[in-house]
Write a protein that binds this ligand. Structure first.
Ligand SMILES: NC(=O)c1ccc[n+]([C@@H]2O[C@H](COP(=O)([O-])OP(=O)(O)OC[C@H]3O[C@@H](n4cnc5c(N)ncnc54)[C@H](O)[C@@H]3O)[C@@H](O)[C@H]2O)c1
Length: 342
């Protein structure tokens, strides 16, 4: 029986990871630490497990030294998802991004350092956003770090902070850089759920610029499998290392909008174009070679299949997203005081 600390376990990827892990490892126990910001939702936790003795939920902040120390002190594995995670919001007000993403990561890293005698592995969830737009394709872990938004720079700071703790103190850290994720329980501020819920309601799908931004998309369940594999890989193969997690498959935003409309039986006429977004990267595509070299993992589901499953989930779980529908409209104030809607 192992005990995991999952920070940000009430968010999108964190809650999918908790569900995946509890289903797969029936002996293990999980402590979730989450501050339940606007992005965290207690309803994200699988109902079946809410009353389960296998899950302990702690409402609290990853910046709370004492709390984080106490919880890490009880665990064998730490998986750190908690972060402010939305690029557009970081343009308007970025203080929380640096406080949570950098200082929160420092707090977790310090606790791991303190409890190194029993923490077997510390998985730090970074992001492909740290790379900025692709200078070489596909993007390997050696790609320069050119973060293009305050969110990306906060995550780059956290990513290198964890690396430095490995280099200085040899904490058992593995740094993971997921590319774009999609799947159930993703907040409507992110593009795929935004498109899906608009299509379901027969409302316009807003595409930024010409919709030509291309990203690498991986279904969140496939991400969980890769995290699982990295947690179980021999420590000497992964410790202090960075791993991309992506599909190696890129698709532009306009094509995704069209696929969502086709899958929901709506017309392309619902697509409306608005101005480009600040801080967005134009192109991302992951190299999957490095992770494939250390873990034996399949290619993940095809995008069309994953999209169909995701559309079905949003269609069948309207009560989950109705209360946050108004948050699809994100107001961003630019430096000259202009208010843009993202
Ligand atoms: N979603 C993506 O496409 C994607 C891609 C690459 C990397 N990531 C990274 O994966 C991680 C999870 O992303 P997500 O999409 O699930 O994010 P999310 O916004 O859905 O969830 C973040 C969770 O962290 C919690 N949280 C925020 N601040 C906290 C704090 N100070 N203390 C404790 N809990 C706090 C929130 O309440 C929420 O439950 C993040 O680190 C993000 O940077 C996400």
């Amino acid at each position: 029986m192992r005990k995991l600390l999952v920070t940000g376990g009430a968010g999108f990827i964190g809650s999918n990871f908790v569900e995946y892990w509890l289903n797969k490892y029936s002996e293990d126990r999980i402590i979730i630490l989450d501050a339940l910001t606007y992005a965290g939702n207690p309803h994200n936790l699988p109902a079946l497990f809410k009353e389960s003795p296998r899950v302990e939920f702690w409402y609290g902040n990853v910046r709370n030294d004492e709390l984080v120390n106490t919880l890490v002190g009880k665990c064998d594995l730490v998986v750190h998802f908690a972060a402010e995670s939305h690029v557009a919001r970081s343009i308007f007000d970025n203080k929380e991004f640096f406080m949570t993403d950098v200082i929160g990561t420092q707090t977790v890293s310090n606790a791991v350092l303190k409890h190194m005698n029993h923490v077997e592995r510390f998985i730090h969830i970074s992001t492909s956003e740290v790379y900025g737009t692709a200078l070489t394709e596909p993007m390997t872990e050696e790609h320069p770090l050119n973060p293009m938004s305050p969110y990306a720079s906060a995550k780059a700071g956290a990513d290198r902070l964890v690396y430095s703790y490995w280099a200085t103190y040899q904490i058992p850290a593995v740094i993971v850089r997921p590319f774009n994720q999609y799947g159930p329980r993703q907040h409507l501020e992110k593009v795929i759920p935004r498109f899906i819920t608009s299509a379901i309601k027969n409302e316009p799908l807003t595409v930024h610029g010409e919709g030509s931004a291309r990203r690498d998309w991986l279904h969140v369940h496939d991400t969980c499998e890769r995290l699982d594999a990295l947690i179980h890989a021999p420590l000497e193969n992964v410790c202090g290392q960075v791993f991309n997690i992506g599909s190696g498959f890129d698709l532009d935003v306009l094509t995704i909008a069209r696929k969502v409309l086709a899958a929901t039986g709506r017309s392309d006429d619902l697509i409306t174009f608005v101005g480009d977004r600040l801080g967005q990267v134009q192109h991302h595509i992951s190299s999957t070679d490095k992770v494939g070299g250390v873990v034996d993992i399949g290619p993940g589901r095809a995008f069309d299949e994953g999209l169909e499953q995701t559309i079905r989930w949003y269609d069948q779980n309207r009560e989950w997203w109705k209360p946050i529908e108004w948050m699809k409209d994100i107001k961003v104030m630019t430096r000259n005081g202009r208010v843009e809607r993202h």
